[in-house]
Design a protein around this ligand. Structure first.
Ligand code: FES
Ligand SMILES: [Fe+2]
Length: 385
């Protein structure tokens, strides 16, 4: 789990003006609410007076109010009022971390980190989102699995044949499966996009509705540690484009915000059927992912045997290593060990502008202590073959 990326917080309609919403993410508590202008705010949930949970309080005049002694915090995280000190300006230290927020695709995202705006890895841009020829459905679900395992599953074209037998398999021909999945780097990630194996076109559950020239290609890519894209392009005008924004609740639970876009079967009467087919595939993945052992990807590659079909997964791990090297990886073991004694916050951009913060910043893993995650020999050999 990393700081300095955008994370989905909630569906836009879950965040309202009169009631704060508690959200757990990266093992820490946050509070989300709207001010009088309807703008969403995400703050650290821990009141800096004596540790009250702001999300148990209420919202008034655009401020989040602590339920314990009524301290009022604005969307910028500053304490605007201390009721017991009437007429006295709250001290400069009376502030909680406030995170940059963006509302997009019916989701409220927060940037959980302290990078200045120009250095932030972006929220994935869904180009066809506002295009009238496309339709979007948003599903939100949880799985008892580690989010990196879930992203890796998306970067793994071989599992489809076994986990999703109804969806048409195999996705890749036997010759292709023996070669490393060809990946290309993109900003903050990597992608593969390949023609299907022979069968998929005929086995697709929604096959009879297809029109237009055959494209017959599909692929997946990740951008950052927690955003995954899958495109299934049956023909030029019959596509499913799927976007997963994953929120690691903690080291064993993940909340996924899944946007399924399509440019065919546009009428509303198809919504329920497409939802059913899509969620069936999701359940098939979830069942496997919840059974993985260990829950988190092992730190050393000698505890797995990777084959060429895992090459895109390996590329994902390469990128994780880059973010490890930046020192952005949360030291979750330390966080857990000390959680009862120390209240932590993800450092917000405000910490770069001013000092004097009450809560400790979440413990991070120094680059030198990050897991090795080297590219396994088998893959390295096959890459050069
Ligand atoms: S703990 Fe929040 S006001 Fe006292
Ligand atoms: Fe899958």
């Amino acid at each position: 789990m990393y700081i300095n990326f955008w994370y989905p917080i909630a569906r836009a309609e879950e965040i309202v003006a009169d009631k704060p919403l508690r959200v757990e993410l990266l093992g820490l508590p946050f509070v989300a609410f709207r001010d009088d202008d309807g703008a969403a705010h995400v703050l650290s949930d821990t009141c800096v007076h004596r540790g009250g949970s702001l999300s148990q309080g209420w919202v008034r005049g655009g401020n989040a109010i602590c339920p314990y002694h009524g301290w009022e915090f604005g969307g910028d995280g500053r304490c605007a009022k201390i009721p017991s000190l009437k007429g006295i300006k709250p001290p400069a230290r009376a502030k909680v971390d406030s995170y940059p927020v963006e509302e997009k695709y019916g989701i409220v995202f927060a940037f959980l980190g302290d990078l200045p705006a120009e250095e932030r890895p972006p929220i994935y841009e869904i180009e066809e989102y506002d295009n009238g020829e496309w339709k979007a459905q948003l599903y939100v679900y949880e799985l008892k699995a580690y989010y990196e395992r879930s992203i890796e599953n998306g970067m793994d074209p071989i599992h489809n044949e076994f986990v999703h037998p109804m969806q048409g398999a195999p996705m890749m021909s036997p010759e292709k499966q023996r070669k490393p999945v060809p990946t290309t780097d993109i900003p903050w990630g990597a992608k593969f996009y390949e023609p299907f194996g022979e069968k998929l076109e005929h086995d697709t559950a929604l096959n009879e509705q297809k029109t237009g020239d055959r494209v017959g290609a599909a692929g997946s890519w990740f951008q950052g540690p927690n955003q995954l894209v899958t495109w299934i392009d049956l023909t030029a005008t019959n596509s499913f484009h799927q976007y997963m924004f994953e929120a690691p609740v903690n080291d064993g639970l993940t909340k996924v915000f899944f946007i399924n876009m399509r440019n065919w079967l546009m009428e509303e009467k198809h919504d329920a059927r497409i939802e059913e087919v899509t969620l069936q595939v999701v359940h098939e993945d979830v069942a496997v992912l919840e059974g993985l052992s260990p829950i988190r990807t092992p730190n050393t590659n000698t505890k797995e045997i990777l084959v060429p079909g895992d090459a895109a997964v390996v590329r994902y791990r390469d990128f994780l290593k880059e973010w490890d090297a930046k020192g952005w990886r949360i030291d979750f073991k330390k966080l857990k060990e000390t959680a009862g004694d120390v209240a932590y916050a993800i450092p917000s951009p405000g910490r770069r502008e001013a000092g004097n913060w009450v809560l400790d910043p979440v413990p991070l893993i120094a680059p030198a202590e990050a897991p090795a995650r080297g590219v396994p020999e088998e893959i390295a050999e096959l890459k050069s073959a």
